[in-house]
Design a protein around this ligand. Structure first.
Ligand code: KIV
Length: 299
């Protein structure tokens, strides 16, 4: 059995470094709750990333405020063409893995397309199922005015909701592609109505995706809840990216709004090519990787 890795040092000052997932007995970090995210309006920007697996959750937990188990998992992990391939069972499985790997970040799990738009009762049931099965801190759903009643009902059930307006990937088929929002006065007015509706319904934060920069900035000014931008504006109260995109691991199209902070595509390719040539040339395993016969041992 290999030793568990030591958690990396958090980048934020004043945060406990190690807890129950670590090797030492230091006090467990305090879980960041949706109320604390809401209170960050206008303050130090909220650092958010998606995660779908236990190891990535463990690695990023000390560094981020909010982790989204996004329905982008359908594309990133499962190879679907869009997020419409996500299911409730899929979100629960990945939500459970991420919850096992975190002790500090506020974990939000996406409600997949088809699980909440149809009725308030369906939305409440889906949110309850995800929260009860994963223990996540909140759920997220896409839409503004059209899902405000769902948001209000889920919040009334005691489950915090993060909203998602602007470009909504779950509408890709309906809209015939991924369309940037806020390019006409009518679109700006609709965004404003959506933003005000999700705030009034009780969302603790709202993702603004794929929206013209000054419009995202002015929505941020207008709202009392934090905005989390993706392809939006540096003026948003926080930012989010898909983890594989920012690690440079995405194979295929990388959206314009992504900055790659790592080069994992190239590292994975080089590591696997090196392993393949070592195996073919019998350089792996080496003497240090095999078990010599031992007197008194079992087996
Ligand atoms: O599913 C997802 O990853 C998202 C983020 C891009 C905001 O909704």
């Amino acid at each position: 059995m290999q030793k568990p890795p030591v958690l990396p040092k958090p980048t934020l000052p004043g945060l406990p470094r190690e807890g129950k997932l670590s090797n030492t007995k230091a006090a467990a970090p305090v879980r960041i709750r949706p109320d604390a995210i809401r209170a960050r309006k206008g303050g130090v920007p909220i650092v958010s990333l998606t995660a779908y697996s236990y190891p990535i959750a463990r690695l990023i937990d000390p560094h981020v405020d909010l982790i989204l188990v996004g329905d982008s998992v359908a594309m990133v992990v499962h190879g679907h063409a869009n997020t419409l391939g996500a299911t409730l069972d899929m979100m629960i499985l990945h939500g459970q893995a991420v919850m096992r790997g975190t002790e500090r970040a506020c974990v939000v799990v996406d409600l997949p397309a088809g699980s909440y738009e149809g009725s308030i009762e369906a939305a409440r049931a889906a949110a309850r199922r995800i929260r009860d099965a994963t223990g996540c801190q909140a759920v997220k759903l896409e839409g503004g005015l059209s899902v405000a009643a769902q948001i209000a009902a889920i919040v009334a059930d005691g489950i915090p909701v993060m909203a998602h307006i602007g470009l909504q990937p779950q509408s890709v088929e309906k809209e015939g592609g991924y369309k940037i929002k806020g390019r006409s006065q009518a679109a700006i007015d609709a965004l404003r109505r959506d933003a005000e509706a999700v705030e009034a319904a009780g969302a603790f934060a709202v993702v603004i995706e794929g929206t013209v920069e000054p419009v995202a900035a002015s929505l941020t000014k207008a709202l009392a809840i934090p905005t989390i931008g993706i392809g939006a504006s540096a003026a948003c109260d926080g930012q989010i990216l898909v983890i594989d995109d920012m690690l440079g691991l995405t194979v295929g199209h990388v959206p314009k709004f992504v900055r790659e902070y790592g080069g994992l595509r190239e590292q994975v390719t080089a590591a696997v090519a090196s392993y393949a040539s070592d195996v073919r040339d019998r350089r792996f395993p080496g003497p240090e990787h095999v078990f010599p016969p031992q007197r008194g041992g079992g087996g």
